[in-house]
Ligand binder design. Structure first.
Ligand SMILES: C[S@@+](CC[C@H](N)C(=O)[O-])C[C@H]1O[C@@H](n2cnc3c(N)ncnc32)[C@H](O)[C@@H]1O
Length: 343
């Protein structure tokens, strides 16, 4: 006989074993357009109707919908002896392409690219670096993404999508009104730049990112009214960093080795105005490294895809103080931490 405690642990183990199936069920429902169809229809639909509309087999769709119900991504109701399926609040909010805080592109990015890269995880752990031909280092990772216009658009959409959920919170974590000139290094599609202007209408924001990203951002992600965001095409390791009061480094350090982070932060320190600062925005590991699980999983993704890793608060403090920044302060938001340090 196994004890209740053992039985619970075994259930957890089996759930872990199936973790990737959960992801794939959610990705597949996104890819086939289940959540979009239910959003557009405005009323719950039967499995047969959903299968017909989306051109799938009735059998496959019925099983997919069942799994989504168990995952609370869909809900059911009975009408005239029929089971009808509708979106839950969460899927209406996040999983349709046109949902207000859509994570659709992020799901597709994970499904089409990240999932495949994880196939080589054992090799990456053996070697301490990823062995995927396309992404031997972070530079090659970005070169790989930016090879096709479509992939790049998807990547920028998914970066922006994250900030539709928590962007305002990280920018509001500190009073940034003392920094009139802000430079968002690797600022991608401009989601955080827009939050800066929303919260601090008098500040100016410059984004420095790779040329292909800047062109995509301007073409697809910046509206007529948002043309006040100033863009610079460049490489933050190779090119001049413009002078500013505050530099935002959001999800940049986790892509790079300690040496590369030190190189970048040193350049930022030199370019920074006196009493200016740097705002690092990252998911941060607990000091004892026992969690959070999500941040450990992100660290694994960094190993599989880039040359970086997630870090603890003291690792960020060490990086900052080694490059001259002082008075580092950290504020937690729901998913991301904001770390502000001064020149
Ligand atoms: C993980 S994304 C984060 C984007 C954005 N900061 C955010 O949080 O949504 C990393 C960004 O750094 C940019 N990047 C990578 N290497 C770069 C380099 N050498 N110079 C400038 N930007 C770079 C990428 O193009 C991408 O936009």
């Amino acid at each position: 006989m196994i004890s209740t405690e053992e039985a619970e642990s075994i259930t957890t183990l089996i759930q872990y074993q199936h973790g990737f199936v959960i992801s794939k069920v959610m990705f597949t429902a996104c890819e086939l357009g289940v959540f979009d169809l239910l959003l557009e229809s405005g009323e719950p639909l039967s499995s047969t109707t959903i299968a017909e509309c989306l051109g799938t087999s009735p059998h496959g769709m019925e099983l997919l919908l069942g799994a989504c119900v168990a995952l609370k991504l869909l809900r059911t109701e009975r009408k005239d002896e029929q089971v009808l399926y509708g979106n839950t609040d969460l899927s209406s909010l996040c999983l349709g392409k046109s949902s207000p805080k859509s994570q659709y592109h992020h799901m597709m990015w994970f499904s089409e690219s990240i999932y495949m890269n994880l196939h080589y995880l054992a090799d990456a752990v053996r070697e301490g670096k990823n062995l995927n031909e396309k992404s031997l280092n972070s530079k090659k990772f970005y070169d790989g993404i930016y090879r096709s216009e479509e992939q790049m658009q998807r990547f920028v959409s998914c970066m922006n999508g994250t900030w539709s959920l928590g962007g305002r919170d990280v920018i509001a974590a500190f009073d940034l009104s003392q920094f009139p000139q802000i430079c968002d290094l690797g600022g991608g599609g401009g989601a955080l730049a827009k939050e800066c202007i929303y919260l601090y209408p008098n500040c100016t924001v410059t984004i420095l990112d790779l040329p292909e990203v800047v062109r995509t951002a301007k073409k697809h992600f910046i509206s007529e009214e948002e043309q006040w965001i100033h863009f610079i095409e460049g490489d933050f390791f190779e090119d001049l960093i413009p002078e500013a009061d505050l530099y935002i480094l959001a999800r940049i350090c986790h892509n790079w080795t300690d040496e590369k982070c030190a190189q970048l932060l040193t350049k930022v320190y030199k370019a920074c105005k006196p009493r200016g600062g740097v705002l690092i925005i990252e998911m941060v590991l607990n000091e004892d490294r026992k969690g959070p699980l999500l941040v450990h999983l992100k660290s694994i993704l960094m190993l599989a895809l880039t040359e970086g890793k997630e870090r603890t608060p003291s690792e960020y403090s060490t990086l900052l103080s080694a490059t001259g920044f002082k008075e580092a302060e950290r504020k937690k938001t729901r998913l991301f931490d904001a770390i502000l340090a001064r020149k």
